[in-house]
Each structure stands twice: as structure tokens, then as C-alpha cells.
Write a protein that binds this ligand. Sequence first.
Ligand SMILES: Cc1ncc(COP(=O)(O)O)c(C=O)c1O
Length: 410
Amino acid sequence: MTNNNNDLLLKERAAKVIPGGMYGHQSTWQLPHSFPQFFNRGKGGHIWDTDGNEYIDFMSSYGPIILGHCHAKVDEAVAQQLKKGDCFNGPSPIIVELAEKFCTMVKHADWSLFAKNGTDATTICVSIARARNNKSKILVAKGAYHGAAPWCTPAPAGTTKGDKENLIHYNFNDIQSVENAINEAGSDLAGVLVSAFKHDNIVDQELPSADFAQYLRKRCDELDAALIVDEVRAGFRLSEGASWELLDVQPDLSAWSKAIANGYSLAAILGNDKYKKAARSVFTTGSFWFTAASMVAASTTLDLIRSENVIQRIEALGETFRTGLKQQANSYGIPVSQSGPAQMPLILFADDSINNKERGNLFTEEAMKLGLYLHPRHNMFFNGGHTEQDIKQALEITDRAFLVLKDRYY
Ligand SMILES: Cc1ncc(COP(=O)(O)O)c(C=O)c1O
């Protein structure tokens, strides 16, 4: 980073006209001080801030960028659609093609609905589950994030007690805690909502055990409750189908967004035939939910994820990065935990605490100054625009960031 004058000026202006200066997960207020708030452009695995500083981008826009920023084939398909129009009195035919594509790629899907954001998708899944069996209670894992609507937001401001009164909590990968939650729901259980893997903020990530996933499927069948998998963050980064296909478990409903359209705004709700009538009965719509360009982007993205072998490539790049980082941490004697799938890594410093992330902050701030955008406590996302050269360069940068940490703390 050479300077951040433009970013500072924009922050000042924003503070006057945007509450808090910025809102939501893309606000830098909880990031180390010099993290840029604004970005001008991206290409492949790289981004540029408003001062012209270039970064290797290991956040991929918090997930949506799966093929790389400004992927030429996706952007060309979108440009062609925009010449014809985007927003009509009804959807363009691409909606049918896209629904067919999802139903081909994702085993449990017999139908699709589309919306715009992950929260739309998780919220609609929950409504469909309730509509089918006319029951209220939804089991959710403690600490899991499913969106920013009143029923699921982690921040209490602006919500009422009633918004969350039909949620019952269990612990991810903990069968006994699910059983306790099932007992608490009694005869009013509508469904179990579960993330594709545990990717809660600030704590180590955890993959689901096959036993846990299979147990949820079995109990939902026995109780005639919906098994809902939240694929918003993990979808199409672990598998070319649903993430739990790797465990041979098919949910009834699944919620998708982020990666499905390589940065264009789209969400999908997928379900099996058992839930089709209920899906028909729930009133779901939005002014922009039927626009064609983002569906064209999704259709092209889904093809390219397969034809460009994106998942295998990002997993291999993630493994190389993880291995290099581990060697560096060991050689400097700095205890680091790396968790989750290699293509969606979380890096935490063992000597930091939940409330004090000073080592993580210093490490990512040093990396950022040298042109690598890492996150101090959120999982990161590799994308198909990253190259082996990016990983090599990233590791040269992390080596220097470790050295700063070593000098300061060890
Ligand atoms: C697992 C999960 N579910 C739901 C959401 C909500 O998605 P959105 O922010 O697009 O509404 C997110 C967003 O980060 C997510 O990670």
C-alpha cells in the first residue's frame, strides 16, 4: 500500500451520509485501522482500491467471486443480455434454463426458485418448511449465521422477542444437543436448518461428520420435518452439486447465493418434490428477483465451474497456501490454527483470544501493506482467477508478516 488518501476522504464523506460510515459485513470498522473501505476494480484474483493499491484478493468479495473478478465469458454473456434488456413484466426464458441446470447439477433438487440474497433464500426455505407441515419450530446451530433478517440476525437491535421465539438451538456436530432440541420442539417441529459446514466467525471451522449429517436426515424423516442446508457460503466451492452429496445426504431444501453468479446478485432456493406444493403456496417475490442478466451470469458460471475444473483448482491452491503457511508458522515458532476446507480457509493465532485479535490484526495489516488482502477472523475464499504465482507471492508476503509478528511477540 503506497497511500490511502482517497480512501480516507471517501470515509470522511461517507460518515456524513451513511449511518456508521458503512454498514454490514463489508464495513471496515472491525478491521485493522488501515484496511481500505472502498475498491475501484478487480481482475482475476486481484483487486485495486481507490488509491490504486493492488492486492491479491483472498476474500473474493466474501464469497461471490468464484471464477475470478470480471470473468470475460460471464461478463460477455451479461453484456449480451443487457443489450436486450434485463427487467421485464415477466422473467426471460433463461429462468427455465437455469432452474433446469440447478436440477441437473444438484441431486436433491426437483425445482428452483430465485431471489437476490442469501437471507432471501434461507428465509424462504424456513417459510416453505413451515408451510408444508403447518408447524413453527426451526432448529438452528448456536453461532451459525443465516442472514440479516429479524428472525436470524445476530444483532438484537430492531428486532422483537417474537422474531426468534420459534428458533431452538443445538450445537453443530453434536447429536445429543439436536436430540434435546427436538424434544423441546415437541410436536411443533417444522425443520432443521444447518450450514454446509461450521463456518462461524472467529472460531475454528468444522466439517460435518457423516454420522451427524446422516442422523439429521434420519430424524427429519422420522419426524416429517424439513432438513434444510444453508449453502449460501459453501455452495459450489466444495462440490459441483450440493455440499452434503459428499456425505451421501440429500436435504429437502437448500439455500444458495454468493458464488452462483460470479458476483452478480442472485439467490436460489432448491427443493425436492415433497416440498413443491408448499413452495407454491408461499408468496415469494421481489421487484428485481426475475431480472435476466444475473440469471445469464449464473447459467454461464455454473457451466464454467465444471468446464474449468474450478473446485479442484482452488482446493489445490488452498492446500499449497496452507502447507506453506504451516511451514512458516512452525519455523518462526508461532502457533497458528488453520481450519475448514483448504479453499475456504480460516487462519487464527492461538495466542489471540476471542476478544483480542491483536496478532491476527497485525499479521493481516502487514500482509495488506505488502499487497495481500487477508481477513483477520473470517474465513477466506479462493477463486478460479488465482494462480500458482499468486500463491507463491502471497507466501513471500506472509513470510514477511510472520517476521514482524516474531519481532513483536515471540
Ligand atoms: C451461511 C450464510 N447464510 C446466509 C447468508 C446471508 O446472505 P446475504 O448476506 O447474501 O443475505 C450468509 C452471508 O454471509 C452466509 O454466509
